[in-house]
Design a protein around this ligand. Structure first.
Ligand code: HEM
Ligand SMILES: *[C@@H]1O[C@H](CO)[C@@H](O)[C@H](O)[C@H]1NC(C)=O
Length: 481
């Protein structure tokens, strides 16, 4: 009996081993046939790969490997064999030229917590179809109508800061979530919307936690409670709308109405994952950008004065203090503020890379990008490279007086998946800067130099400041003097 058992084990092991080896053999055959090889690089330690190195070294991770291996190198990150790209050409190849062969993916923790049915992660056809519809509410023509709503959110937040010490990042997260909420789930009963906001904040907090799924951890709570709660609230809103039978032009309305070629609607789970991922994308990113912008203005007092002057000029042309901003004010009258935001996004690299999965074996300049591997298009490395930016570590908004070289400036990604919310992000940042620089002054509190990846790149500690009303304002604001 025992001997028989052993034989069975040997046979089973052999079968399993062969099964495991087959794809590898296939790959070797394939690559030798085409004369392709994997990009150079190190796969790091078994299981952990190089995730720890990336965590500890961050920008240095890219520069040191780029020096050793070139701008396309292999590694092992977040549990997957991966290829890192730090060259604008290769980035263009992946994002623009071959989008069908590189599928967008979220980081594992984001897909797991927020949802993996997001339209960006689907096939190229499905993605393109939904993207076309979703764009509507985020187009400049549509956004123009909501300037006053965003302004009201900004001014009421600023009002609550007066004479207080606040954590900008935390405050900015509320602001950005409220703004994103208007576009994504605009019309909804008050209670559901408030509760959904809270559930989302909890859920998103889980994204920056350590993914240990045991009771008591943020991650566990986010996975078990917040996601369920958010989905239940969304279901309430969907049912409410179905009863109302009135079309709503926000993104939830679009998701509820769209059908694919065969007339199939999205499933409830698809709607949940899309709404929650959109809220996630629209919230942490814009909040981090706002926080970094305030930090750079704090570090550069002369720049702050210049930005303030730009906004004073706009205000002086208004007949009353409460007059809201116009689209033309924002588009044409804020060139310096727009450059400050551009430079903020370049130097802070809020989103470090675009993440892709190779759908089928791809050849790039003699290298094999094997099916199933992940690709990191690390635009942060491009933004920090002195080949493309002189003194890349220095905040200098003047550099954007001249357009950057093609494909060297992509804080919003590029190609088929380029950020849908970039106009909205700019709008909410500019509106905030307008009122903040005009009416307030502040001091940073404590150590303000560090930063962390959560996984969005943010100032460590969220940049606390003590805020007061700006005194000289009363001298200059004499109602359109
Ligand atoms: C400063 C703030 C922001 C930054 C730096 C940013 C950055 C990015 C980047 C780099 C991508 C490309 C991801 C990829 O190719 O894998 C992206 C995609 C996306 N962003 Fe943003 N984003 C910001 C704000 C927003 C806002 C406010 C929204 C609005 C709700 C938004 C919604 C989206 C969506 C829906 C996508 C996916 C588009 C697609 O896959 O077709 N983002 N964003
Ligand atoms: C900032 O950039 C501009 C334009 O590239 C350049 O002329 C200027 O010397 C830079 N300023 C500093 C302080 O480096």
């Amino acid at each position: 009996m025992e001997k028989e058992g052993q034989v069975v084990w040997v046979v089973v092991s052999l079968v399993v081993a062969t099964a495991l080896m087959l794809p590898l053999l296939h790959r070797l055959r394939l690559s030798s046939r085409r004369g392709l090889r994997l990009p150079p690089g190190s796969m790091g330690l078994f299981f952990f790969g190089e995730s720890l190195s990336l965590k500890c070294q961050r920008m240095n991770f890219y520069t040191s490997r780029e020096k050793r291996y070139g701008k396309v190198f292999k590694t092992h990150l977040f549990g997957h064999p991966s290829i890192v790209i730090t060259s604008p050409d290769a980035a263009q190849f992946v994002l623009l030229e071959q989008p069908a062969r590189f599928k967008q993916r979220g980081l594992p923790i984001i897909e797991k917590l927020v949802g993996d049915l997001f339209f960006g992660y689907q096939t190229q056809r499905k993605h393109a179809r939904l993207r076309k519809f979703m764009h509507g509410p985020l187009l400049p023509e549509t956004l123009e109508n909501s300037i006053s709503d965003i302004e009201a959110l900004a001014t009421s937040m600023l009002h609550s800061w007066e004479l207080k010490t606040i954590n900008i990042l935390e405050e900015a997260k509320h602001y950005a979530l409220k703004v994103a909420m208007e576009y994504v789930v605009g019309a909804a009963p008050h209670y559901e919307k408030e509760e959904l906001t809270k559930a989302c904040e909890h859920l998103i907090r889980g994204v920056s936690s350590i993914p240990v799924n045991i009771p008591g951890t943020h991650y566990h709570k986010a996975l078990k409670d917040s996601k369920k709660k958010a989905c239940a609230l969304l279901e309430n809103i969907v049912s409410w709308r179905q009863l109302e039978k009135r079309p709503h032009g926000d993104i939830l309305g679009i998701l509820m109405d769209t059908q694919d070629e065969d007339g199939c609607k999205l499933t409830p789970n698809e709607i949940h994952d899309n709404v929650l991922t959109l809220l996630y994308l629209g919230h942490d990113t814009a909040a981090a950008a706002l926080t970094w912008a305030v930090k750079y203005l704090t570090d550069n007092p002369k720049l702050l004065e210049d930005v303030t002057a730009e906004h004073e000029t706009i205000r002086q042309k208004k007949t009353s203090q409460d007059e809201t901003l116009m689209w033309s004010d924002i588009k044409d009258q804020m060139p310096l503020s727009i450059r400050v935001i551009k430079e903020t996004l370049r130097i802070a690299n809020i989103v470090e890379f675009c993440y892709r999965e190779v759908v089928e074996d791809v050849e790039y300049k003699g290298y094999l990008f094997p099916k199933g591997w992940r690709i990191l298009v690390a635009h942060s490395a491009v933004h920090s490279n002195s080949e493309y930016y002189t003194n890349p570590g220095e905040f200098n908004s003047s550099r954007f007086k001249i357009a950057p070289k093609p494909y060297t400036y992509t804080p919003f990604g590029n190609g088929a998946h380029v950020c849908l919310g970039r106009e909205l992000a700019n709008l909410e940042l500019l509106i905030f800067l307008h009122h903040f620089t005009l009416n307030y002054r502040w001091e940073s509190i404590g150590d303000t130099d560090g930063s962390e990846y959560a996984p969005i790149h943010v100032p460590k500690g969220g940049f606390p400041i003590a805020v007061r009303r700006r005194k000289s304002r009363s001298m200059t604001d004499g109602k359109g003097s």
